[in-house]
Design a protein around this ligand. Structure first.
Ligand SMILES: [Zn+2]
Length: 112
């Protein structure tokens, strides 16, 4: 199962790459080599959800009598958030660092 690239709209992003961008990494489209990242406007609030989950489970562990179950909740919650992250967070095209790169956006070429 691959994800569509926001630039060329072909499915050039593997689920592994989509997972990586969910942790503020960048990746490249296998079809058009565009530099891609997760849209920070969606990813930033999502990162807060991870923090909230850890805080909630730490709270349960310390103040409620759930014991090791708090760790189980944290792991399950983390996996659920990861899946939502992969399914829901849209990707953005980043500007190419090196304009000489093949398939990169070369502003000189675009004017021609
Ligand atoms: Zn692409």
């Amino acid at each position: 199962m691959n994800f569509p690239c926001p630039k060329c709209e072909q499915s050039g992003i593997s689920i592994k790459d989509k997972f990586r961008v969910g942790y503020w990494r960048e990746t490249h489209c296998a079809q058009c080599n565009a530099r891609l990242c997760a849209n920070p406007w969606f990813l930033a609030p999502f990162s807060l959800v991870y923090m909230w989950l850890l805080a909630t489970c730490a709270f349960l562990f310390m103040f409620e009598d759930v014991g090791a179950m708090a760790i189980v909740y944290a792991v399950i919650g983390w996996l659920v958030i990861d899946i939502l992250n992969i399914m829901l967070i849209p990707m953005s095209v980043m500007r190419n660092r090196n304009p000489e790169e093949p398939n990169g956006e070369n502003p000189a070429e675009r004017q021609a």
